[in-house]
Design a protein around this ligand. Sequence first.
Ligand code: EPU
Length: 421
Amino acid sequence: MDKLIITGGQTLKGELRISGAKNAALPILAATLLSETPVKVGNVPHLHDITTTIALLGHMGITITIDERLNIEIDTQSISRLEAPYELVKTMRASILVLGPLLSRFGKAHVSLPGGCAIGTRPVNIHLDCLTKMGAEITVKNGYIHASAERLHGTHLVMDQVTVTGTENIMMAAVLAEGTTIIENAAKEPEVEDLSHFLNCLGAKITGIGTSTITIEGVEKLQPKDLFYKILPDRIETGTYLTAAAITGGHIKLKDTHPKSLEIVIKKLRETGAEITCGDDWIELNMHGQRPKAVSIDTAPFPAFPTDMQAQFTALNTIATGTSIITETVFENRFMHIQEMQRMGAQITIKQNTAICEGIPELTAAPVMATDLRASASLVLAGLVAKGDTIVDRIYHIDRGYECIEEKLTQLGATIRRVPH
Ligand code: EPU
């Protein structure tokens, strides 16, 4: 397993291009299963989770062509297996996103049940309940979800809890269902919006995009002509680099990004003392060499503060002036990075889903271990401001969600290198 070694103490400076959004690319690649004609997607980030999704589509017998610009063309005409096997699902929970499209277009799907996860139990009961209400017959046997339906029918659904992939799965299922589906308490995340726009480009009829009530009028088939769809920029990658600059007192400009999807993160970074200016597709942050001020956060579904930025803000708070309170309301076990930060000297106490952090001037380097994607990013950020060499182990998590992280941080002046194990 590769490791990252970060020598702390550099101030980040410079410009960077932001990649396409992992959490938009994954459902959009799954949604190509709905199209009878080939479709092409661009701005797809070069990440492990994308490779896994391509392997999953390949396992189904789908024809995938990748050009020199990494645009991906998917042609589902050759599909021969309606199955997502355990070997692939266990490495990427988002594989569950093929359930809705397979069932809706082909009337059948066998998808391995995702197992536990480092950040919480993450059940898929809402996905299955909603599909059942749309007429699917679902059984769970030998660790697999077996779903079938002659044709799904539209219905009025109220989701018990806001779920991102749950909303996406049901939206994709509803696109080819008979009649109209209304999803209430739907997720409003920008990645859900991007998927809705993509589905409409395929020929779907979705309204209420970006609101908590989404209406999908079912259509018979989707046969777009020469569709090329560009994935939206990654707001979490953007937020992670902004936080990396803020924690080091730096000055950076991020290009090809989408400031509108990051309003709360920008607001919170301003509270730390950062000067931030934005254009339509760029963000510039200048910390003027100052140590950040502590900032409290409460995670919740969009447009509130994203759980996927909690660990990075925790890293920032460890070296901020003052005390912060960090409350995690989305996942029940998303503080695993804190124990590692404590080994670097961070002063944090945890009470249930709340962490209280007393900022100190400097962390000290230590060998640390990443437990999930955002936790590992937060440990890299902590390493940027730790005295000495921080060794982050198990960085395969980082490669699932950050394109070329060490190259990008090096471009901004960090001292970071990857060592193969
Ligand atoms: N939940 C249920 N039942 C369900 C579905 C969800 O109880 O059937 C619960 C979950 O256990 C959790 C809450 O609802 O407590 C919200 O989970 P959600 O379903 O929204 O999460 P997800 O769709 O599995 C996506 C992202 C995550 C991100 C969350 C929250 C993708 C592929 N993943 O997960 O991204 O943290 O939404 O915004 O879109 C990451 O990129 O590092 C990552 C973990």
